[in-house]
Design a protein around this ligand. Structure first.
Ligand code: GDP
Length: 601
């Protein structure tokens, strides 16, 4: 995409904003968008998008609609920032865009359960499944296919059956955005623990709203309010405690509070309103996959957009095939799987990886063509990876400041999650490159140390013990082995290291947007407006600008921030709040308040 960027330099340089010539754009991505419109928002050429889509295995014309996940992939691929839209924007989309919004229908929310080990994630998933899943053909025995659905008040909710943020982030690292809502389980007798915080970080990083399930309230030493206090101490303000994060008290063991939890999920769903186009060709994510001796590759897929049908040609990464049988979590045979439905399918040539995205192709020939192109590209990539000399040459030239990493971790889930997070970290610190040269499951070895020497890398060990002889060898070779137990700490330290490679500069960051829904007071002094937070977070005291029809009309500060009658410090996406804006004489309904700040780069 680098040639794309340079050829569009002239186009972009007149755009107001950052100091660099290359303009990185914040691109608003609704749940469905035509290629032409997306190109327009990115200030890229539609033809380049079509080309990139082809490489991703999708054959579309400029006037066709693509789903949000795909659009987001494109936006990042071209080096821009994604901005998600929430319900209010979808209304806007109806006004401005022609057809795509019409096709979008509500779909069940997809929920992931995260939290500290032993706090009851698995028990909660089991309790919901046992209590709420209707019987299927397999005689009431639910099948563990990686996801299931429950019904509440006549509405469906999809649960991902693999708990934990490692799995969640590994999927995200592969480009999949599966989850609409996260449930963070906290044991009422144990409270907030490191992985609780990590889970919250992951949910926030993914901009996924979350609900706290305070579990094990049946225990004599359960202290739910202590959990709320501990959350507050960690910067998570819950409803009733001056914040917005909802909590629900449950007991997975005694099946208490399950209805409340499901009701809360539906309430959050009513705010975020997930939608999809059931008439589109299906696309979605692989949740699980394995080889079955008699059935071949068996994969559980979650349909994100469109409707998957038996007989469809499905492309996944560098494999594909024709969907033979489709079965749901109750063992029922299905002919069709609409959006948010998890189904187990057979018929793929090979076993894909969890988190891979799938798309339905028009026919076998086009599917095979893309697979071939991807395999060729991979061979090229491999040749490149072999030439460590090139990497060394890059360092000595001194143009690119690099941090090379060899990653060793306890399980594949951690490896994938950390690698994904590191790649993102590398991309976020401008002027440097962070390369994960190698990653694998297991403790660091002498071979790893040798590789580190050859490529001037550091070794990052996560949740593994480095044998004493390897430590000695590494010392003698001047290789650094850094050990971590918490992903967050690992990322934090590497970020510091990376920032240490460059001179400090500052860049602007946008924290969030709120749309003005009502003007209560204007004129001189502080204007008071009622807003809906569309994305990110609104903070009292933050810098802000008022956008009208995309133009900055005022630069101001959030003088006061209120939710109902209460003064609050911050308000998150999806909530209404009152803002006091300094020196904005005439705010109008429909204005967008953009909250920004400066961050050390
Ligand atoms: P995970 O590691 O988060 O998946 O936790 P598990 O679901 O494996 O639960 C850990 C332990 O807590 C198990 O021994 C469960 O029986 C127990 N447990 C889970 N939920 C409850 C609950 O609501 N009440 C009580 N008393 N024990 C629970």
């Amino acid at each position: 995409s680098s040639d794309v960027c340079s050829s569009d330099l002239d186009n972009r340089s007149h755009q107001a904003g950052g100091p660099q010539a290359k303009q990185v754009r914040d691109v608003v991505v609704p749940e469905g968008i035509t290629v032409a419109e997306l190109a327009n928002r990115m200030a890229e050429r539609a033809a380049d998008l079509v080309k990139a889509l082809f490489k991703m295995g999708m054959m579309v014309t400029v006037n066709q609609t693509i789903d949000q996940d795909t659009a987001e992939l494109l936006v990042t691929e071209f080096g821009h920032n994604v901005q998600r839209v929430s319900e209010s924007d979808i209304d806007l989309a109806v006004d401005t865009a022609e057809d795509p919004a019409d096709a979008l229908k509500p779909r069940p929310p997809v929920v992931t359960i995260m939290g500290h080990v032993d706090h009851g994630k698995t028990s909660l998933l089991d309790a919901l499944r046992e209590a709420r899943v209707a019987e299927g053909e397999a005689g009431g025995i639910t099948q563990h296919i990686g996801a299931y659905q429950v019904e509440q008040a006549g509405r469906l909710i999809t649960f991902i059956d693999t708990p934990g943020h490692a799995a969640f982030t590994a999927m995200r690292a592969r480009g999949a955005r599966v989850t609409d809502i996260a449930i963070i389980v906290v044991a009422a007798d144990d409270g907030v623990m490191p992985q609780t915080i990590e889970s919250i970080q992951h949910a926030r990083a993914a901009q996924v709203p979350f609900i706290i399930a305070i579990n094990k309230i049946d225990r004599a030493n359960a202290r739910p309010d202590r959990v709320r206090q501990m959350l507050a101490d960690n910067g998570v303000l819950v409803a009733g405690w001056g914040g917005e994060v909802e909590t629900v008290e449950v007991s997975a063991l005694q099946k208490l509070g399950l209805d409340d939890l499901l009701e809360m999920i539906l309430l959050v769903t009513d705010v975020t309103e997930p939608v999809a186009d059931p008439d589109a060709p299906a696309s979605g994510t692989i949740i699980e996959a394995r080889v079955d001796r008699s059935r071949g590759a068996v994969s559980t897929v979650l349909v994100a957009n469109g409707t998957l049908r038996a007989g469809d040609w499905v492309l996944v990464d560098k494999t594909g095939g024709r969907v033979r049988a489709m079965t749901d979590y109750r063992g029922n045979r299905l002919k069709e799987a609409p959006p948010s439905t998890p189904v187990e399918i057979t018929g793929l040539d090979d076993v894909p990886s969890a988190g891979d995205r799938f798309v339905v192709m028009p026919d076998e020939a086009s599917m095979r063509a893309v697979i071939k192109e991807r395999k060729d590209a991979e061979t090229e990539q491999k040749d490149k990876r072999l030439s460590l000399d090139e990497i060394l040459a890059g360092i000595s030239l001194g143009e690119v400041k690099e941090l090379n990493v060899i990653l060793k971790a306890d399980v594949q889930g951690s490896v994938e999650a950390i690698r994904g997070a590191l790649e993102k970290l590398g991309a976020s610190v401008q002027g440097t490159t962070l390369r994960v040269l190698y990653d694998a499951v297991g403790a660091p070895t002498d071979t790893d140390v040798n590789l580190a020497v050859a490529s001037k890398a550091i070794i990052v060990a996560f949740n593994v013990r480095t044998p004493a002889n390897v430590v000695t060898f590494a010392d003698s070779q001047g290789v650094e082995i850094r050990n971590y137990q918490i992903i967050y700490n690992l990322l934090d330290e590497l970020e510091t290291a990376l920032r240490g490679l460059i001179e400090p500069t500052f860049r602007e960051v946008v924290y969030g947007h709120a749309e003005v829904r009502a003007v209560f007071r204007s004129g001189r002094g502080e204007a008071i407006v009622g807003t809906m937070v569309r994305d990110g977070i609104i903070r009292r005291g933050a810098n802000a600008r008022v956008l009208r029809a995309g133009e900055v009309v005022y630069t101001t500060r959030i003088g006061s921030l209120r939710r109902f009658k209460d003064d609050v410090r911050e308000v998150a996406s999806g909530y209404e709040c009152g803002l006091g804006l300094e020196n904005v004489p005439d705010p109008r309904v429909g204005d967008i308040v953009e909250i920004f700040g400066r961050e050390r780069v």
